[in-house]
Design a protein around this ligand. Structure first.
Ligand code: ADP
Ligand code: MG
Length: 396
């Protein structure tokens, strides 16, 4: 019961979680945890902030450097079943914070499936450091009130997504190479757009600019007729978090987290965690027939299942648009089919989807087909009329 704070008898788990926090493979998790701790550090002028991430069965403590968001120290513990014992364990962790590397000046507590405000007083009693619990935004209430599994719940925001005379070059003069050339593209709510083109034609570059992951060299990205060009980095990050759900060829699930926790990560990034978020993650997994796998870790799932978990995660913030970059690229035909069917089903519920693929047979099913060649739009079958929020051609 009274183990030292740095669990030496569980080095592999601690390493796995530490790796999840620090590794380049986990930019979403690393940046969300670090960003949260960093934001608190900035608001309070701490040089280092301790972030305690509490899950139903485990707790992770990370010390984050406010200046650069880097993780200075990570510790993890399993929590006892009994609530009182678990709280005692957490208090002990927090008590040990003062001895951690880099001497944090305050503790931020984030819960996932755990009622953090309830345990805050106990934690405060355990340390002389200030303890803060990020506030739950109002949106949580709306989500709480949403019916558990109607398709309508997927229809949160809608947005027109537009590229205007978009150009992108890499490198610097005089060796600068143009990659995207004068791209004009307008995607309406409810559309399913397949983007095809040979390798190197600029599909991923276009998708990441549309997804606000990188800026164009010239031209404009507009969301609901508004240019994003003058938004600050923070405003962009917030808009991206709310408006865009990204799915990559590699599933980018975090090995140290359960399936449900992986789905909930975007919520954590936005400072939303709790029972409502857990229930929402389960409802999303349920849409893809994966609810029974919620407690497993990604390695126990097939590739197709993992990719559908990644799609559930992309849907967590109810984004206006799902951007999927070769989501079937690492899958066999059967698993790839299931992922594509999942995307079509989402679209039939009104979700706007842009799918990059070089599989012609998949692209041919799409209501709208846009092909890229050498950084230009070669053909565009054109927007189709979206009626009652559905742009789906039956494909049985
Ligand atoms: P696609 O997804 O269609 O295969 P990409 O958009 O990934 O194409 O890449 C288009 C071209 O841009 C390729 O020639 C690629 O090498 C180049 N490119 C992509 N990203 C970068 C970058 N960060 N720096 C330099 N060149 C890049
Ligand atoms: Mg690509």
């Amino acid at each position: 019961m009274s183990l030292p704070v740095s669990v030496p008898d569980e080095p592999e788990m601690a390493l796995a979680r530490g790796a999840a926090l620090a590794s380049a493979n986990a930019p979403i998790f690393a940046s969300s945890i670090a960003a949260l701790a960093q934001a608190v550090g900035k608001a309070t002028n701490y040089a280092h902030t301790a972030l305690l991430y509490v899950e139903p069965h485990t707790a992770t403590l990370a010390v984050v450097n406010t200046a650069d968001g880097s993780v200075a120290d990570v510790r993890r513990r399993f929590l006892p079943e009994d609530d009182d014992e678990a709280v005692a364990e957490l208090v002990e962790m927090v008590t040990g914070v003062a001895e951690m590397e880099a001497h944090p000046e305050g503790v931020v507590v984030v819960g996932s499936g755990v009622d953090v405000p309830l345990i805050k007083p106990a934690l405060e009693a355990g340390t002389s450091l200030p303890v803060s619990v990020p506030e739950q935004p109002k949106v949580v209430l709306a989500r709480d009130a949403a019916p558990a599994s109607a398709n309508a719940q997927l229809l949160n925001a809608t947005a027109f997504l537009e590229a205007r005379n978009l150009c992108k070059s890499f490198g610097r003069w005089p060796t600068e190479t143009p990659i995207l050339k004068n791209i004009d593209l307008r995607i309406s709510p409810g559309e399913f757009v397949a983007l095809i083109g040979p390798s190197g034609s600029g599909k991923s570059t276009l998708l990441s600019i549309l997804g606000l992951l990188e800026p164009p060299t010239s031209g404009d990205v507009l969301i609901n007729q508004k240019s994003v060009a003058r938004l600050s980095r923070q405003q962009l990050a917030r808009l991206r978090g709310r408006a865009i759900g990204y799915v990559f060829q590699s599933f980018n699930l975090l090995a140290g987290l359960s399936v449900a926790e992986n789905v909930m990560l975007p919520g954590l990034l936005a400072g939303e965690s709790g029972r409502a978020q857990y229930d929402w993650a389960i409802a999303l997994l349920d849409q893809f027939g994966l609810a029974a796998l919620a407690k497993r870790v990604p390695a126990e799932l097939s590739g197709g299942e993992q990719q559908r978990v990644a799609i559930a995660r992309a849907l967590f913030m109810r984004p206006a648009v799902i951007l999927a970059d070769e989501p079937t690229g690492n899958l066999d035909t059967i698993n790839g089919r299931k992922v594509i069917d999942a995307l079509y089903n989402l679209n039939s519920a009104g979700q706007t989807i842009v799918l990059v693929t070089h599989d012609r047979s998949i692209a041919d099913e799409a209501p709208r087909l846009v092909s890229l060649l050498d950084g230009r739009i070669e053909t565009d079958s054109g927007p189709i009329q979206v009626t009652s929020g559905v742009a789906w051609r039956a494909h049985n």
